[in-house]
Ligand binder design. Structure first.
Ligand SMILES: [Zn+2]
Length: 210
């Protein structure tokens, strides 16, 4: 990984980025190294908004990008609300940058990725180009119905959980588009799975290049 300086051997994730190259510059010895900077596409949404369903529906249908579900890396030690789940988001950014050196762009599905402050300002953010945001949303009562209809073992039907997710869904719908310039919404109630998947696929294709 290019975060280890080939000149002085220091591992410094806080390299200085000159976007004109782009090159990253070692803060210890000043060594310059070119790297590949690609856009990152993120798809967020509350539980019950259709993330997993759409991610599955899109597998094999999107060429020119690497489609990943962020749950892949989730572990109990990442559950640190007091830090804003910093290590979880840093890990995904670091992995994204590593993938981007070979291929990409990465298209990442995950609840919290619809909240720009979870990504912007992170240490590894500098190595990624533009971040394009999309949130899957639906009316609050539809979301609550979907969560209450889930099997009990998923623990999604409790009032506190449902209320939390309804509040998050509302935030994504109203505040999300104000939180970043490049922020799209797809309503998963209006469309059936096939049409919603087509809409998300269209959004992905439009943003793969920059
Ligand atoms: Zn160095």
């Amino acid at each position: 990984m290019f975060l280890i300086c080939p000149n002085c051997g220091e591992h410094r994730p806080d390299r200085v980025v000159d976007p004109a190259g782009p090159v990253s510059i070692c803060p210890v010895c000043g060594h310059r190294r070119s790297f590949v900077r690609r856009p990152l596409l993120v798809v967020g949404g509350a539980s019950g908004s259709g993330k997993s369903t759409l991610c599955q529906a899109l597998l094999g249908r999107v060429s020119g990008g690497v489609l990943l579900d962020s749950d892949l890396l989730w572990r109990p030690e990442f559950n640190t609300p007091d830090t804003g789940y910093a290590e979880f988001f840093e890990t995904w950014l670091r992995l994204t940058v590593a993938i981007h050196q070979s291929t990409g762009p990465v298209i990442l599905f995950g609840a919290g990725f619809g909240v720009p402050t979870n990504l912007e300002g992170r240490l590894h953010r500098r190595y990624v180009g533009r971040i394009h945001y999309l949130a899957l949303i639906c009316p609050d009562d539809v979301l609550a119905q979907r969560l209450r209809a889930r099997p009990a073992w998923r623990g999604a039907g409790g009032d506190d959980f449902v209320q939390g997710q309804v509040g998050f869904n509302r935030w994504l719908r109203t505040e999300g588009p104000r939180a970043a310039v490049d922020y799209a919404l797809v309503d998963t109630q209006v469309h059936d799975v096939g049409r919603a998947a087509a809409q998300v696929a269209q959004w992905i294709e439009a943003h793969l290049v920059g």
